[in-house]
Design a protein around this ligand. Structure first.
Ligand SMILES: [Zn+2]
Length: 55
């Protein structure tokens, strides 16, 4: 039944990610409204949670 890759731990299994209008990828979290790819709607550069004490 499974065709193609089954990796990425069910990334496409549940629809938690919708298309991001900034990067165009299917990485915008539906509930959190944060893009996993570009970080939308945060700053243009991807923001990591640990970077605030790193800088
Ligand atoms: Zn994005």
């Amino acid at each position: 039944m499974v065709k193609g890759t089954t990796s990425m731990g069910g990334f496409t299994k549940k629809k938690v990610h919708i298309r991001c209008r900034r990067c165009g990828k299917n990485s915008l979290h539906k509930r959190h409204h944060v893009c996993a790819s570009c970080g939308f709607p945060e700053a243009k550069r991807r923001k990591y949670s640990w970077i605030k004490w790193y800088t």
